[in-house]
Structures are given as structure tokens and as C-alpha cells.
Design a protein around this ligand. Sequence first.
Ligand code: TXA
Ligand code: MG
Length: 319
Amino acid sequence: MITPGTPAYARGAAILAAGGLVAFPTETVYGLGGNAGDDAAVAAIFAAKGRPSFNPLIVHVLDEAAAEPLVHLDDRARQLMELYWPGPLTLVLPRRTDAPLSLLVSAGMDSVAVRSPAHPVARALLAASGLPVAAPSANRSGHVSPTTPLHVAEEFPDGGGARLQLILAGGKAEIGLESTVLDLTGPTARLLRPGSVTREELETVLGRVELAGEADGIKAPGMMTSHYAPGLPVRLDADSVGETEALLAFGPDQFLRGGAMRLNLSQRGDMAEAAANLFAMLRALDRPGLSGIAVMPVPEKGLGVAINDRLRRAAAPRG
Ligand code: TXA
Ligand code: MG
């Protein structure tokens, strides 16, 4: 783990060019990056994560110009890029037949998810490498996403099968929830994964935005239930906490007595603060010896929609 500076970016770029993996911070969560044009590097990402290979990956680019050779951009895509890039909005777009990308990043589909991260460390790495970088969240499949460089190191104690050669540190991920994923391959935009760019915001730009249903599972494998599961069972909408349970609170929690351990997403009920804390607190409460994690209700509005989406997945029956 090293704190970035020019030599670190040059080293990261060299590792990517040679087919190795580099973990890096984004404004949402930490990513496990590999050269998106290199089949072996993309396969190494799947292997390191232990991820089912039908899950397509997000390709990270510096800007719209860098996305141009990869996907077909329509007016909707350009408008959204103008408004939200760089930032936490991923767009699924038709893949160019001559896109210099591994077929594996699309998991056999004719679309590619592209995103331009805002975090300066991610941008410096992309600029230094000049490559499109495939990067899922830097956790083992099924675990909660990492929001600090230490989480990443904990996820891959063996260096991800020796391919993970560098973890660029860039503090705590500011947003703490993965990007919003919007499918623009059809005539009506479809929200595949809720995030901090909300459906309401997108609808003010695009008109109607459909919600992806469960039937679209394969189009949005990141929507799979139990995708964000801690080891302990998770109980939602808790208005009490058992003696051997951990409590994940939201808002004032002094009236809720008990619990073996407790953390508060946001004492003052601030959604952005809660989102930023969510994955780190789920990790911290996931202790052996406890019987489960009880989670207080989070209002289903604004960022709360994305927070509740992740919480429901954490609580879903394990697949
Ligand atoms: O915030 C983020 O997006 C983070 C950081 C590292 O950028 N990345 C991330 O990647 O969350 P990952 O692989 O954990 O999630 C990718 C999501 C999944 O829901 C996946 O199914 C969807 O994007 N996705 C990727 N390519 C797709 C495609 N071609 N069609 C439909 N969905 C796609
Ligand atoms: Mg993930």
C-alpha cells in the first residue's frame, strides 16, 4: 500500500500495461482494476474476486472522448456525461464492434458499462495509463464493497492470486455506495442499480426511467440478492436489539437499549453520511460470536433508496 504521487501512478500504469491488477480509490468505493483490453487481466479480476464470470464489469475512462472508441453514444448519453461526468453515474451502452476491449468485460453481451470516476487518484491512474480500466469493487464476490485501502488489503491477503500488485491509497471513499447504473441500450432508460445519482434526478433529464425488475437478473448481476452479504444474518427495520446482536442504528438511537455492539450510520439522520458509513460499519459489526446485525429503518427517499437497496441485499437469504 503506498500513498500516491507521480512515481506511484507510473508504477500503476506499468502494472496495468503488463496485465497486473491495481486497486484504486474512487469517490464511490475502491476498485480492483485491470486493463480492459487484456483478456488475461480481466480473467484475473474475476479469479481474484471469485466472481461468477457472467457478471460484466464497469470500464473506467477519463472522459467522454475516451469512451467514444468503446461504445456508441447517443444524445441521451452525451447529455448525461455532460451533466454527471466525472462522477458516480455508469452508463450501459451498445458496444462498438471494433472496441479494443476484452469480450470478457461484457460477459458475452453486446453492451459495455462505462464510467468516469471523479476521484483524483483514479483519474491520475487513468491518465498515466491511457488505458480503459475494468474495475469492479475491490472485494471478494458476495462481500461488502471496500471504502478504505485497508478493507482492500483485508479482502486480498494473498494479493489476489499474486496479480494484485499495488493498492493506491486515497482515503475513505467519499460517497461509499457504488455508482448508479443506467442502461441506455433500449429506447427507454432503465435503472439497473440505484446510487447517489437518483432516479428522480435522471428523470428530470430523460423523462421516464424504468426500474429493472428481478427478471432482468442477468442484465444486472450486481442486483443479485445476497451480493452485499456480511457473514452474520442481517435483520432489517429493527425496533429492538437482542443481547447478542449488533445494532446498526440510523438517527437518534438512545431509546433502543441493549445490543452487544452498536454503530450509528448517522446520528443526525444525514443520508450522505449514512451512505459513506454503510459498508465500513457492516464490516465492523460482522464479528464472530455475535448472532446477527439488527438494522434500524432508513427512510426510503433520496439516497435512502440506494442505501435500502444494499441493506435488503445484505439481509436477503444467502444464495
Ligand atoms: O461505483 C462503482 O461503480 C464501482 C467503482 C469501483 O467504480 N464499481 C462497481 O463495479 O461497483 P461492480 O463490478 O461491482 O458492479 C458493476 C455493475 C454490476 O451491477 C453489473 O452487473 C453492471 O454494473 N454492469 C456492468 N456491465 C454491464 C453491462 N454490460 N450490462 C448491464 N450491467 C452491467
Ligand atoms: Mg461489487
